[in-house]
Design a protein around this ligand. Structure first.
Ligand code: FMN
Length: 426
């Protein structure tokens, strides 16, 4: 049987290795991970989720502190004041973050940015437009539109000089969602450069309801490919969600896919932004430790480890400085729930299980979102003498996908002296 290494993934005029590492916000798919994929000829994603926070952390800007100050001042004048991100700040944050990553790019691969529509920031379409424009002006190779139907997103950048030459793809989980996107795309005469079909076993937010287990990635991919053929549309299809080995990937390529998008295997890489302890928790996970729940205020179900510190927490929302999930009216389902939650005898808020403060928990990397196959990660690396697992470099995982045969996974040789602290740059 052929190896993944025997194929190439053509997107527009570019030829890539057929592996896309999916976007993992906030800064779980780090610049180092994306740059590593590009250097090896594949496609790596950064994520623009909470880019003002990322700028503050990486470049010492004070976007969040200034927003908080401004909001507090305005609230004194008008107690109903809604804390919003302004377009100019969001634009600059995205542009500068993207430009800083692109400046380090080496190799023939691509750096794409994952842009979630559900990140509403108090002004959904204005900030989405600023994010997209910032990414294009920062020199990004491609934009992957995710977490939403994006039926009007292309229109927001229709007049941008890079609108037709940058790759712009979309993540969908059903043919129905694809058709909605294509209707919007036809209004600006711009087909997607690629289509990521994300199935029910993926990490992050799911494009399925709580009945996700009734769906199959294979069937959705078949349906999408046969629809595109029937419409004479030649758009690369990239399945995602549960693609654990190169053999899984080759099976999809044999069905007509151009490549695959993967993420969970890379969560334990040295370059991944999760803290080392979280990587070890992922590695120790069993299948029973994983659940799909509705704690995300986006309204989409999300897969995560049951031990995520984000579950059952009662953090006071910090919308004045963060507020990435606020809708135009200043609502967020966690904030609303927090306000209604009673306090205990000591005056302390009771734990909240239904929703989480996604801004604070993602900022602190305390939501352990993962693909269904997280419990198989322990079979992809070696155990160190102290009982912890070796964290492989991303290059090892990337090459293992390329060279896998008959579902094989090559274990890293590993440095058995690696302590968890040395093992991560997260
Ligand atoms: C830790 C983690 C965070 C993720 N965050 C995002 C995200 O911010 N945006 C998004 O579109 N997808 C996100 N995903 C989904 C991945 O990009 C990818 O499509 C999917 O997880 C692939 O399935 P796999 O993890 O089984 O390989 C995330 C996945 C993981 C594991």
């Amino acid at each position: 049987m052929a190896k993944l290494n025997n194929f190439e993934m053509i997107i527009g005029s570019n030829s890539y290795r057929p592996i896309m590492i999916g976007g993992m916000g906030v800064n779980i798919s780090t610049a180092a991970l994306a740059l590593g994929a590009a250097k090896l000829g594949g496609v790596g994603h950064i994520s623009d989720a909470m880019s003002p926070f990322l700028n503050d952390m990486l470049f010492g800007t004070r976007y969040q502190a200034n927003k908080q100050k401004e909001t507090r001042a305005q609230e004194k004048i008008d107690p109903k004041y809604i804390s919003r991100w302004t377009e100019d700040i969001v634009y600059r944050a995205n542009r500068d973050y993207v430009a800083s990553v692109m400046a380090h790019k080496k190799g023939e691969g691509g750096i794409f940015v994952n842009v979630m529509e559900k990140l509403t920031m108090g002004a959904p379409s204005e900030t989405l437009q600023a994010r997209l424009r910032g990414a294009l002006d920062g020199g990004i190779d491609g934009i992957t539109l995710s977490a939403g139907l994006h039926n009007a997103s292309l229109r927001l950048i229709e007049d941008h000089p890079r609108f037709r030459d940058a790759h712009i793809g979309v993540i969908i989980s059903s043919l129905r969602a694809l058709k909605i996107f294509l209707r919007g795309a036809s209004r600006v005469n711009r087909l997607p450069s690629y289509i990521v079909v994300e199935g029910p076993l993926a990490g992050g937010h799911l494009g399925f309801g709580e009945d996700w287990h009734r769906f199959s990635l294979n069937l959705i991919v078949e349906e999408v490919i046969s629809y595109l053929r029937s419409e004479d549309l030649n758009i690369p299809v990239i399945p995602a969600g549960g693609v654990f080995t190169g053999t899984d990937a080759v099976n999809f390529i044999n069905m007509g896919a151009a490549g695959v998008q993967v993420a969970t295997r890379f969560t334990i890489s040295q370059e991944c932004g999760l803290p080392t302890e979280a990587k070890q928790i992922y590695l120790r996970a069993e299948e029973k430790d994983v659940e799909v729940n509705c704690s995300s205020p986006t309204g989409y179900p999300m897969r995560m480890l049951k031990s995520s510190p984000s579950l059952g927490s009662n953090l006071k929302p910090s919308c004045a400085s963060l507020g990435y999930m606020l809708d135009r009216e200043g609502n967020c389902s966690y904030k609303d729930l927090y306000e209604k939650t009673p306090v205990d005898a000591q005056g302390k808020k009771l734990p909240i299980y239904e929703k989480m403060c996604i801004c604070q928990h993602f900022m602190r990397l305390q939501c352990y979102t993962c693909g269904h196959n997280v419990y198989r990660l322990k079979d992809t690396t070696i155990m160190l003498p102290d009982g912890s697992f070796y964290l492989p470099p991303m290059e090892h995982i990337f090459k293992d996908y390329l060279n896998s045969e008959d579902q094989s996974v090559e274990l890293p040789v590993g440095n058995t002296d690696q302590s968890p602290q040395q093992a991560s740059n997260g």
